[in-house]
Design a protein around this ligand. Sequence first.
Ligand code: NAD
Length: 368
Amino acid sequence: EKWEKEIRRSAKPRRDGGISVLVTGAAGFVGAHCSLALRARGDGVLGLDNFNTYYDPALKRGRQRLLSDRGVVVLDADINDALLLEKLFELVPFTHVLHLAAQAGVRYAMEAPLTYVASNVAGLVTVFETAAKHADPQPAIVWASSSSVYGLNTETPFSEDHRTDQPASLYAATKKAGEAIAHSYNHIYGLSITGLRFFTVYGPWGRPDMAYFSFARSIVAGEPITLYADARRDFTYIDDVVKGCVGALDTAGRSTGNARSGKKTGPAPLRVYNLGNTSPVPVTRMVAILEKLLGKKANKRVVAMPSNGDVPFTHANVSHAAHDFGYRPTTSLDAGLRHFVDWFVDYYKLDAKIVKATGAVVDKKKPA
Ligand code: NAD
């Protein structure tokens, strides 16, 4: 009963016309930032995350603390727990679900393939299924697909109507499957579903398994890093992605399904958008920026790209997101990595001397 009260309080908007959002993967990188932004606007947010140990859970707990300081509850639960989701949908009239919980990372899919199927396919179905049948009214769903669905496609920049039938990893294949599953739930149950194809998102409180983060750690530790020759990425700063997610939520449009009868009453929106930065950068340049910000040279080893799930090149065309909800990325890689390094040095309490030369970190002992 105490929990029911807490859940209702967290999910309740604090402004007129505010939305009420269930955020899955809320202790994750993108989920935590989106939850904070929604809460700051006065929207109601209830988070859910299973706090898995794919990467350092201390980071997830740290993000959870940031959210809890702002009154957002993050339940420790799995998206495959259908009974819990049914209860939540019966308890709270969510207007939206921001479904970000997933097993991320392309390489780990070779070690733990079924984890990807469990979270990105079965878990996704559980979220769609319970939202379709147990929420009244049905919420609009916005969920994270990935730029990886473009796979081995070399026709760039990637537009949403380009072919996505050549995934280069199981991760990409599960995201592609998610897009097909979204179509079926929209068609049968009238769920409003918006898929967002994120392009290499980076920033403070980021994911330590991603290249920019693990390279920063290796540079500081003096450990060698392995770079893939010719790899280029459309690195997208977290604040830009958050604006895109919030824009997509605000324009998602209503579901037209009826939870009681399980039927749709009319056509509901089904959309997919690229959320990228529109300017691919060589990974070698990303490392050069990190070296400058950290004031230390990397011990680099450049090799040809192996077939381990990575794709050589990503580049987003974001004209659809720009047209439909004014999405416009504004953060350069230099500026975004500076924010990341400031956070990184502070979070790991690194010797400020490393970064003194660049001014990347403010000496906290001195008065501002
Ligand atoms: P993340 O790993 O930091 O966040 C995902 C969160 O989901 C984690 O906190 C994890 O504990 C949770 N989770 C995983 N499986 C779960 C389950 N079965 N039940 C409940 N919680 C579960 O990753 P992120 O970078 O924040 O990514 C968010 C979403 O965006 C993911 O769907 C990811 O695939 C997608 N995406 C991210 C990027 C990127 O560059 N960061 C790019 C493309 C797509």
